[in-house]
Ligand binder design. Structure first.
Ligand SMILES: [Mg+2]
Length: 241
């Protein structure tokens, strides 16, 4: 039976990769890193690039300094590690996202029930947030969203490395979203496929819906969630709100 709620949500937060977008994450990440690394062949060996990309990404995910957005944390750490200047590499990275990143669309596919979920929630007047882990620049988020066939203007907020100061699974990420959209965390539902990064919204006081179509289970145990089911169950769930 489809789970139901008698609660009224002011906003529903939806994850992108493996939730709204059917993506082969392993192949996508592999191709992404290879393509990006090749842009840095003049500066660093592949091994160095990958080591520093991961190191700076980890710092960005773990850093919870409210004074620095995720982009600032990433470049501060990446430049510190590599000795490169942000101004020097910015055009390289911008060009990568304009010309190489679109080629990665072969790893992303529409997930029709997800498109229906977005339409249903919009028709019900529920505010939507694209709550994708903000470790990518806006262009990379918007391109991946376009692969899902879902319109950008469906969302009141789309989280990116430029507009957020925290990452999943930190509770501060979810609190910052609630603050930005002007609702209490208790009036929000987070729906996503990742048992760790998405269900941690509960620590911020949000309700959670584990979407199991492309479930990403980290660790042996699945943390507590309020609801779980397939995307079609989420569709029914929203229909009953
Ligand atoms: Mg996901």
């Amino acid at each position: 039976m489809t789970p139901g709620s008698n609660k009224t949500y002011k906003a529903i937060l939806l994850d992108l990769d493996g939730t709204l977008l059917n993506i082969d994450l392993d192949k996508f990440i592999h191709a992404y890193i290879n393509k990006l690394a090749s842009r840095f062949d003049h500066y660093l060996t592949r091994e160095e690039f990958i080591q520093h990309l991961f190191g700076a990404t980890t710092e960005m995910v773990e850093n919870t300094d409210p004074a620095l957005n995720n982009e600032a944390v990433f470049y501060k750490e990446f430049c510190l590690r590599t000795g490169l200047k942000h101004l020097e590499i910015k055009p390289v990275i911008d060009d990568f996202y304009s010309n190489d990143f679109p080629e990665l669309s072969c790893w992303g596919k529409k997930h029709p029930p997800a498109q229906e979920v977005v339409e249903k929630a919009k028709n019900k007047g529920i505010n939507l947030v694209l709550a994708t882990n903000p470790i990518f620049p806006a262009t990379a988020v918007l391109q991946r969203l376009s692969w899902s066939g879902i319109a950008q203007n469906s969302f009141k907020l789309i989280t990116t490395m430029e507009n957020m100061h925290y990452c999943k699974p930190n509770r501060e990420y979810y609190l910052e979203i609630a603050e930005k959209i002007g609702f209490l965390p208790g009036d929000c539902l987070m729906a996503g496929n990742d048992t760790h990064e998405d269900l941690s919204a509960a620590e911020a006081g949000m309700e959670t819906f584990l979407v199991e179509d492309f479930i990403l289970q980290r660790g042996d145990e699945i943390p507590a969630c309020n609801y779980r089911g397939k995307m079609n169950d989420l569709l029914e769930f929203i229909n009953k709100l």
